[in-house]
Design a binder for this molecule. Structure first.
Ligand code: DI6
Ligand code: FE
Length: 409
C-alpha cells in the first residue's frame, strides 16, 4: 500500500540543512513528499516509502533547499534616500547626516505622509523581488512612524503583505529606532521621554492589536542608550513579546550582552561586538544576524567577529536589512554573496544563515530545514551545486517554490 501525499518531488538532490555529516546536509538523488503543508518525507529514494501523489514532479537532478528566510528587513517605508546617497558619496558621513535631520528622520516624514495603500503598493514591489528569488519567510520591522498611528499603519501593511502574498510574514515593532523630530525640542532628556511613550503606550497598544511578533531597538549613539533599550526590553516582556536588538553596528555599547541577558531571539549587525563578549551571547541562545548589505553600502571597515562566533557555535543568520538608508537591496542571494566575500562565511554557512538560522532568529523552529515534520517551504534550483547560490550574483532564480506546500509557480 502506498502513502498518499499532495506533492511528490523525485530525482532531486536535497540540501536539507541537517547536520548529517555531509556538506549542506546533502542527500543525493532523493525524494521529497509534502502533505497538508508539511514535509512528510525528505530523504534518499532508496528505501523510501512508496508514495502516490496528486502532483508529481520529476526534478531532473535539480537541487532543493529550504525556502529562504529574510529575518531582518525594514521594507515598509515612504520615499527614498537617493539624494542622501549622493551626499554620502561626496564625503558626508551617515551619522553626520542623521544628526543634521536627514537619515532615518527623513524617511519618517515620508512614511507618516504616505497613505496605507501607497505604503502597501511600494512595499509589495520590494517584497516581490525577494519572493522571486525563493524567499518564503520575511520579517518586517516598523520604526519609520515613531508615533502610534503611523507605527500601527506600518505594521498593518506588513501583515497585509503576509495575507496577500505567498509569504510567511513576521512583524517586529521598532518604535525605538530614532528620536521623532517633535521630541528634539522637549526639555529634559527627550530620548527618555520618548522611550516612556514607547513603553507605556505604544508597546501595549501594538501588542493588544496583535500586530507585532517581537520588539526591536536601535542601541547606538544616534539611536538609544543601553539603559533606554533595557526599558524597552522590560516593557516588551511585560507584553509577552520576544525581543531583538540592532546592536554594535557603529560602536560598541555592549548592547548585545544586554539583549542576550533578556533572552533576545537575535542580536543584529554586531560589527563592533568585542570577541570577549561573544561567550555572553552563547548562553542566551540568541542568533547572530549578519547584515553585510549595510556594511557594504556604508563602506564600513569593521567586520563582525565571525571566527569567534564560529568558535562558540553561535548560529549565524544572514539577512538583507532592506531599508532606504543603509541597505537599499532587495536580494537575499546578494546578501549571501556579500556575507561570503566581505565577512568570510562559507557558502554553506551563508545558505544556513538564510534558511535555518534565519528561521531561528524569528523563533520559527518549524522552518529552514528539509525534514519530515517541517513546514513545506521548499525552493528548487537548476544548479549543479548549492555553493552556486552564494557565488552567482543575479544568476539564480528558483524554478519552483512551495510555501506551506502550495506551489507558487
Ligand atoms: N540600522 C540600520 O542600518 C537601519 N536601521 C538601523 O537601526 C538604517 C535605517 C535607515 O537609515 O533608514
Ligand atoms: Fe536594520
Amino acid at each position: 500500500m502506498s502513502q498518499h501525499c499532495d506533492c511528490l518531488l523525485t530525482n532531486v538532490h536535497l540540501a536539507t540543512g541537517l547536520q548529517n555529516g555531509l556538506p549542506y546536509g546533502e542527500i543525493e538523488s532523493g525524494i521529497l513528499a509534502m502533505h497538508d503543508g508539511r514535509i512528510v518525507y525528505a530523504g534518499p529514494a532508496k528505501g523510501a516509502p512508496a508514495f502516490s501523489a496528486d502532483k508529481h514532479l520529476d526534478c531532473q537532478e535539480a537541487w532543493a533547499t529550504p525556502g529562504l528566510v529574510d529575518c531582518h528587513t525594514h521594507l515598509v517605508y515612504g520615499g527614498d534616500r537617493a539624494r542622501e546617497f549622493e551626499m554620502r558619496l561626496q564625503g558626508v558621513g551617515y551619522e553626520e547626516i542623521s544628526r543634521a535631520g536627514g537619515g532615518i528622520v527623513s524617511t519618517v516624514k515620508h512614511t507618516r505622509e504616505a497613505s496605507e495603500e501607497a505604503l502597501f503598493v511600494s512595499a509589495k514591489k520590494r517584497a516581490l523581488c525577494l519572493l522571486e528569488e525563493g524567499v518564503t519567510t520575511l520579517e518586517i520591522k516598523s520604526g519609520y512612524g515613531l508615533e502610534l498611528e503611523s507605527e500601527l499603519k506600518m505594521l498593518r501593511v506588513a501583515r497585509r503583505l503576509g495575507e496577500e502574498l505567498a509569504l510567511t510574514v513576521r512583524t517586529t515593532f521598532l518604535g525605538a529606532h530614532a528620536l521623532p523630530p517633535e521630541f528634539s525640542a522637549s526639555e529634559g532628556d527627550p530620548r527618555d521621554e520618548y522611550i516612556s511613550l514607547v513603553c507605556e503606550q505604544m508597546i501595549p497598544a501594538v501588542a493588544s492589536a496583535g500586530l507585532a511578533d517581537a520588539v526591536d531597538v536601535f542601541c547606538e549613539g544616534i539611536g538609544f542608550s543601553p539603559a533606554q533599550c533595557e526599558r524597552v526590553f522590560v516593557a516588551a516582556q511585560a507584553a509577552g513579546l520576544p525581543i531583538k536588538g540592532h546592536v554594535e553596528q557603529l560602536s560598541d555599547l555592549k548592547g548585545a550582552r544586554l539583549a542576550a541577558s533578556y533572552g533576545a531571539l537575535s542580536v543584529d549587525h554586531i560589527e563592533y561586538l568585542a570577541e570577549t563578549d561573544v561567550a555572553a551571547i552563547k548562553s542566551s541562545g540568541s542568533v547572530a544576524v549578519l547584515l553585510p548589505g549595510a556594511y557594504y553600502f556604508l563602506n564600513e571597515q569593521q567586520k563582525p567577529p565571525v571566527a569567534a562566533l564560529r568558535e562558540h557555535h553561535i548560529p549565524m543568520a544572514v539577512a538583507t536589512d532592506l531599508n532606504p538608508g543603509t541597505s537599499p537591496s532587495a536580494s537575499l542571494l546578494l546578501a549571501m554573496n556579500q556575507a561570503a566575500v566581505l565577512f568570510g562565511l562559507t557558502p554553506e554557512e551563508a545558505l544556513r544563515g538564510a534558511t535555518r538560522n534565519g528561521a531561528l532568529a524569528l523563533g520559527l523552529t518549524n522552518k529552514g530545514l528539509l525534514a519530515a515534520g517541517m513546514d513545506a517551504d521548499v525552493a528548487l534550483w537548476d544548479i549543479d551545486h548549492p555553493c552556486e547560490l552564494s557565488y552567482g550574483v543575479n544568476m539564480n532564480k528558483p524554478s519552483h517554490v512551495w510555501q506551506g506546500g502550495v506551489c507558487r509557480a
